[in-house]
Design a protein around this ligand. Structure first.
Ligand code: SAH
Length: 366
């Protein structure tokens, strides 16, 4: 449930049975509300919650939770208070929601991702899930940064899973926020398995993956009619074996490496050794879909050298194949249009214009 207002000092009455109200009370208290709870008014001989309780506390906001929504004793509340109803289903038990945040700023989150954050009691966020001011999307939630940052070690995977399970077992809705799509090199399946093993309900909100969206932001379509009818997404975390390089070279189409910047030399060398032409168009797109995005294009034979020269660093996506030529078409489009300075749009076109307005991010080689 989204609570956007600062509720510091605001009296709020929460109505419902304890097994259903716990997380709600916690959430409102975190927003600063002074919460009083009305539990089973009929059992206490109360005919009307508003008359009996909300009046004394001065509450103008009542939250009626789960089965309490059908209690006749809550009827009078509507005359005195703003009444918010919350379903019991998501509250009676904690749950885990794995959410893909997309590769860039908040504009690359899906509507479902935004909704999941608004509903979160706890957010465990990765470094790559850089959606800006997370507290704005998850007001009232406890936000835990489990990502690696310069000078800090990432929280180990097993500890993240343990924390996720522990908080959900406390009855809380835990959002595990991950960069891009949770299932693309994101260890999403391990986290789902941990939630399932703990008997917790778990859902997955897919995200926009950098493998497709980041090349796209640089004007590179991963497929193009009559140019490439397939694309292969490969982890560049470790160098390719010669068999893998040979398979990729034989397969053709577009090759997309994630996590490959540190290994550009061995990756490109392996593909050249496997028979790819030195002149095959290639690109590295750094910090795609963020204001600091840069893209560099170069023939494959010189890509590693050019990227080192331009000091390209992670996160970056490497794209190899004839589709990269399309980035020239895109670049021409950018130069013929007036750069926008309004910065209000969120579509790809708008983003591309803001991108040109902020400086020379496109580096060309060869
Ligand atoms: N689950 C993520 C990928 C995680 S692996 C997804 O679906 O996008 C991390 C790698 O993703 C990085 O090393 C980089 O190759 C890529 N990546 C993620 N965000 C990126 C961005 N904004 N720009 C460039 N590459 C990005």
């Amino acid at each position: 449930m989204l609570i956007e207002t600062d509720l510091t000092g605001v009296p709020v009455v929460v109505v419902g049975v304890p097994s259903e109200t716990g997380p709600v009370v916690e959430r409102y208290e975190r927003c600063g509300a002074v919460v009083s709870v009305w539990d089973q008014p009929a059992a206490a001989g109360v005919a009307d919650v508003a008359a009996a309780g909300a009046g004394h506390t001065g509450a103008r906001l009542a939250v009626v939770v789960g089965r309490a929504r059908s209690w006749p004793e809550t009827t009078g509340l509507r005359k005195r208070c703003i009444v918010v109803e919350e379903p019991a289903a998501s509250l009676s038990r904690g749950r885990v929601v794995l959410v893909g945040a997309g590769p860039g700023g908040p504009g690359t989150m899906t509507v479902d991702a935004v909704r999941a954050l608004a509903d979160a009691d706890v957010v465990l966020a990765d470094r790559l899930a850089s959606v800006g001011d997370l507290a704005r999307f998850a007001p009232g939630a406890e936000i835990v940064d489990v990502g690696k940052r310069p000078g800090h070690h990432a929280v180990p995977q097993r500890e993240i899973e343990a924390l996720m399970v522990e908080r959900a077992q406390q009855g809380l809705t835990v959002v595990r926020l991950k960069g891009g799509d949770p299932y693309v090199f994101g260890r999403g399946s391990e986290e789902v398995a941990a939630a399932v093993a703990a008997g917790l309900p778990v859902t997955v909100v897919p995200g926009v993956t950098s493998a497709v969206a980041v090349p796209g932001a640089a004007g590179i379509p991963v497929t193009q009619r009559e140019v490439s009818h397939l694309f292969t997404v490969v982890s560049g975390h470790a160098p390719l074996t010669s068999e893998q390089a040979a398979s990729l070279a034989r397969l053709g189409g577009t090759i997309v490496f994630l996590m490959g910047v540190q290994n550009l030399v061995p990756l490109t060398s392996a593909l050249l050794a496997a028979g790819l032409d030195r002149d095959t168009p290639a690109a590295v797109v750094e910090r795609g879909l963020t204001p600091d995005m840069r893209s560099l294009t170069s023939p494959l034979g010189r890509l590693a050298e050019e990227a080192a020269h331009a000091r390209v660093s992670a996160p970056a996506v490497i794209v190899i194949g004839d589709v990269v030529r399309q980035s020239d078409v895109w670049a021409r489009r950018l130069t013929v249009r007036e750069p926008s300075t309004s910065g209000t749009g969120t579509g790809p076109g708008e983003r591309a214009q803001r991108h040109t307005a902020s400086g020379p991010e496109r580096v060309e080689a060869g």
